[in-house]
Write a protein that binds this ligand. Structure first.
Ligand SMILES: NC(=O)c1ccc[n+]([C@@H]2O[C@H](COP(=O)([O-])OP(=O)(O)OC[C@H]3O[C@@H](n4cnc5c(N)ncnc54)[C@H](OP(=O)(O)O)[C@@H]3O)[C@@H](O)[C@H]2O)c1
Length: 313
């Protein structure tokens, strides 16, 4: 049996359960490709899986390799796969409900894989799939954002937020963004009106927006209802908004549970990246061996853009 280096968990718990070790190298089945991972990223989702919060939703088996983002190169194709040959540079989201990309190799359904952006390296490309699919689903599929709209994006400098800002601007919408420690970076992302949530209650100055994108939940979600115009929509990626509260405000609500078609959307995202319309922000790059540290940092809840784990130096 061939082996590879991977970061696995054998039990649920804190960052210290992440173990860099040898693991079996996977073999592609029918319709699958084996990708040599050049870079992956850390998402709050990975921390939730690691802590066991997803155990009742996703049928994971332990030991488990975490990680959903992947940018890399096709190593091997399974039976029936056409359109890919070893050596192709690709990116995707993989491993949501099985072994993921904190490893030298990861399996993906060939139907979910597409060419990575040509103008970005693997570190930058890996930063895009998970957060961009989420922002795309929220803004375009659920909120139907258009150029005449104003959108309030919470956590606008974070992983989801920083690509959401760019997608919304690309659509021609007006963007209001909130951040605290990362407030100073909002303008460079293209935010039209930046709000420092540590000094300014956003609900005092934001009114009549068409869309709220909630990446924070709790009190931030509650205080967001009053910022919407009649008929507007609050879309959360973190906490199911109340149907009753939405009705009381005369607005709509939605929660991101799924993603848009992965390969089709990431192909369009690659085109936008190559056209300079989406620029991933990578604030920290660590070697795969430092996954524990990467989890500690993202759990501080002040990440700017993305934290990338580099697998091939
Ligand atoms: N449903 C889904 O499919 C899905 C997909 C992706 C993510 N998510 C969830 O969405 C959430 C965000 O993910 P992410 O990847 O963007 O996280 P992240 O990269 O860790 O970013 C979090 C951001 O939130 C900002 N922040 C913290 N407190 C804030 C507040 N009170 N108001 C406004 N901004 C605040 C931080 O900026 P400052 O330092 O400036 O405060 C930071 O940039 C996570 O809970 C994640 O699990 C859900």
């Amino acid at each position: 049996m061939l082996t590879m280096k991977a970061v696995r968990i054998h039990t649920y718990g804190g960052p210290d359960v992440l173990t860099y070790e040898n693991a079996p190298r996977p073999v592609p089945g029918a319709g699958e490709v084996l990708i040599r991972v050049y870079a992956t990223t850390v998402n709050p989702f990975d921390c939730a899986v690691r802590a066991g919060y997803m155990a009742s939703y996703l049928k994971h088996t332990l030991p488990l390799i975490l990680g959903t983002d992947v940018s890399g190169v096709i190593e091997e194709v399974g039976a029936g796969v056409t359109g890919f040959t070893p050596g192709d540079a690709v990116y995707t989201r993989a491993g949501v409900s099985r072994d993921g990309a904190y490893a030298e190799f990861v399996l993906a359904s060939a139907a979910d894989v597409t060419a990575k952006p040509k103008s970005l390296d693997h570190i930058q490309s890996a930063a895009l799939p998970h957060v961009t699919l989420t922002a795309w689903q929220a803004l375009f599929e659920l909120a139907n954002l258009s150029k005449d709209h104003t959108v309030l994006i919470h956590g606008a400098a974070g992983g989801v937020g920083h690509v959401a800002v760019q997608l919304a601007k690309g659509r021609g919408a007006k963007v209001i963004g909130t951040a605290g420690l990362n407030y100073g970076t909002l303008e460079s992302l293209g935010v039209d009106q930046a709000i420092n949530y540590t000094t300014t209650p956003f609900e005092n100055i934001v009114h009549d927006v068409d869309v709220v994108l909630d990446t924070i939940g709790g009190d931030t979600q509650q205080r967001s209802w009053a910022t919407l115009k009649q008929g507007g929509i609050l879309v959360s990626v973190i906490q199911q908004p109340s149907e009753e509260t939405a009705a009381a405000y005369g607005v709509r609500q939605a929660m991101v549970f799924s993603s848009p078609p992965i390969a089709r959307t990431l192909t369009e995202v690659a085109r936008m990246a190559d056209a300079g319309q989406i620029k991933p922000v990578v604030s920290i790059v660590l070697p795969l061996q430092d996954a524990q540290r990467a989890h500690q940092i993202i759990e501080g809840k002040h990440t700017r853009g993305k934290i990338v784990l580099q697998v091939v130096q």
